[in-house]
Design a protein around this ligand. Sequence first.
Ligand code: ADP
Length: 260
Amino acid sequence: KFNQKVEVYGNDEISNLGRAFNLMTTKLEQVDKQRREFVANVSHELRTPLSSIKVLSESLIHQDDTPKEIYKEFLRDIDSEVDRLNKIIDNLLYLVDLEKENIHLDYQLTYVNYLIQKVISSLKPLADKKNIEISFVEKEKIQVMLDKFKVQQSLINVIGNAIKYTPENGKIHIEIYSEQNNFVIKVKDNGIGIPEDELPFIFDRFYRVDKARARKTGGTGLGLSITQQLIALQQGEIKVESEVNKGTTFYILLPLKAAV
Ligand code: ADP
């Protein structure tokens, strides 16, 4: 319990110490609340696939003479729930790792245009499946010091989401340009969009606008939290604009001169 506060009136040294103490107490309370919420969320997220596995395996155990196809189908469902559990745990461990102090950043001279092209090529098969067209407008050629892997991971998350949350025959438009001290990677889709009142939460851990749909698409609700961390670690910022049924635009801003 961190709810002990001291009463402070004056402006002397002791009162100022008291105020600092109260501030610290409030902060500790917040951290404690966040930690409890986090544990509750994690438990819930892990329990959902576990419950499915339990239901599927129990029904297999109790059914005699199950046709082989049904048997196989249930096992496939169990298999994909196990994959989901693994994905959640991998993502969680990665996120916790990113929040460590003194995390090592591996800055390398990076040709960002080429990095984007590479990510687009790797995601093209996914886009092709839904006949989604990806265009890339290179307004500028950007070459900077970056943690290449972390930026690549961020792009995979954001462009991957654009594909996931855009219906068939949609369009994704990517641009790179510079703006003041930053360069900007813009990823615009014409997909399902995000309601305005949910926008402030999409970078929160486990937050999903439509839980059922996100689960079907294999989402864990951790991708954008990880992306925000990856970008913030490099003194960058990620912003979003969206309109329901019109589409969503993400902006990844990163410094042109990295603080290596
Ligand atoms: P998920 O693994 O569920 O995709 P993310 O953290 O990557 O989790 O995204 C959080 C939520 O934000 C998603 O569940 C989805 O509701 C919403 N979202 C993210 N990107 C888009 C997009 N391009 N279009 C519409 N909704 C999106």
